[in-house]
Design a protein around this ligand. Structure first.
Ligand code: ATP
Ligand code: MG
Ligand code: MG
Length: 385
């Protein structure tokens, strides 16, 4: 069988491996951490930084195909590797999705709408850009942010002036983005194979807490025409980018049912974890199918699913309740040693036929604060009138 190399050793890599194993594939991971989630289940692991070309070359020599499961990898390393080894996802996709400015430009060129934004390099740029936004606005690092890290929501010009000048400097570029008062957030995962064949997973509705994904519900309980529009946008973006692999597209659905694209991830996505237990093919199997040239798998789901993240602060309570989890709860545990606050340690997926039922199963476990009214409105189980 084939051997697949993975740049990045997090839970996404781990779940790709767990799925690929059953298809007879071998896996070698590369990550600076020796005992990272993916290394625990890989056939072999190379301990190296994401800028270590020598180590990455060893990975290339030992494998048939290289995948990345993480977008904050040195683009020059991937460009260099690509000269000698097969990287079906391409360095170009990594470059675009690892840079918010390139990403927003690509989305605009692909014909979809994004929130109004401006490039910011200095404190002075920020002060002059402020006037073209209506408060609040969000300042985001162009590179390297995730789970809301490297992001500041700014409500007033005083608040903006207080942002330290030290944020700016060499290599620290930002964008300022209009805050969008969305009704709900959704994500669409699209896969595209070497032949250009595409499959779109049922869009998920996402609820974030402290800028970290809290839960996803799929299929998103939205009107058919909104779902169709989201799926159509996903196909449009995947074609424009000549995607090979899978792409997760985060979107804002506004009160008038129009959709803006927030950001892209060129890999399996937290909001697509539900596919593991609830779809005929998971996002992890699908990315393998796409990059190895297999036909893509079917993405149907027969019931609804709710996925909820287990963060560091929930870990102890979950362990206590392990033996009494509802029968439809599927537990996924990433094998991380340190349960830090806000760190994604694992997730649970519930499968069932009604969203109310799925939510009450989650609430029975009672390790997360209850849904607020605002969150219920986002999910559509509480009207906002
Ligand atoms: P991820 O972990 O998904 O990669 P990230 O750190 O790259 O996150 P974003 O997805 O840009 O950051 O933002 C995180 C969350 O902050 C969004 O899911 C959304 O809830 C909120 N947010 C970001 N940008 C905006 C915006 N322009 N208007 C309103 N809310 C926003
Ligand atoms: Mg992001
Ligand atoms: Mg995001």
């Amino acid at each position: 069988g084939k051997t697949i190399g993975i740049l990045g050793g997090g839970q996404l890599g781990r779940m790709i491996i767990l799925e690929g194993r059953k298809m007879g594939l071998r896996f070698i991971t590369l990550d600076p951490a020796k005992d990272c989630p993916a290394a625990q289940v890989a056939d072999e692991h190379i301990v190296a930084g994401f800028d270590d070309l020598e180590a990455a070359t060893i990975l290339g020599e030992k494998t048939d195909i290289i995948l990345y499961e993480f977008e904050n990898i040195d683009i020059n390393l991937v460009r260099e590797l690509e000269k000698s080894y097969r990287i079906p996802q391409s360095s170009r996709l990594l470059e675009i999705t690892g840079n918010r400015l390139l990403e927003k430009q690509a989305l605009t060129d692909a014909g979809v709408r994004v929130a109004p934004y401006q490039a910011i390099e200095t404190h002075a740029d920020m002060r002059s850009a402020w006037h073209s936004f209506s408060a609040p606005a969000i300042l985001k690092t162009v590179r390297g942010g995730y789970d809301g890290k490297g992001q500041w929501r700014i409500h007033t010009s005083e608040e903006m002036s207080r942002l330290p000048h030290s944020l700016f400097g060499e290599d620290h570029t930002y964008i300022m983005e209009q805050y969008i008062p969305f009704r709900s957030e959704i994500s669409v995962i699209v896969s595209r194979g070497l032949s250009g064949e595409m499959k779109v997973f049922p869009p998920a509705l996402n609820v974030h807490r402290n800028h970290i994904l809290h839960l996803s519900i799929a299929p998103a309980p939205l009107k058919d025409h909104v779902i169709e529009q989201a799926e159509q946008m996903a196909r449009q973006i995947a074609s424009y980018l000549n995607l090979v692999g899978i792409l997760a597209i985060e979107m804002f659905v506004l009160e008038d049912d129009t959709i803006l694209v927030n950001e892209l991830a060129p890999r399996p996505h937290n909001s697509g974890h539900y596919t593991y237990d609830a779809c005929q093919t998971s996002q992890f199997e699908q990315v393998i199918r796409a990059v190895t040239g297999m036909v893509l798998g079917q993405v149907m789901m027969h019931e609804s699913a709710l996925m909820v993240n287990v963060l560091g602060e929930h870990t102890d309570q979950l362990k206590e309740k392990m033996n009494t989890l509802p029968t439809t709860a599927k537990l996924h545990w990433y094998g991380k040693s340190e349960a830090k606050k806000g760190r994604k340690m694992g997730h649970l997926t519930f499968v069932g036929d009604s969203i109310d039922g799925l939510i009450s199963q989650m609430e029975q476990i009672a390790i997360w604060p209850q849904l607020t009214n605002k969150e219920k409105q986002q999910i559509g189980i509480l009207s906002n009138r």
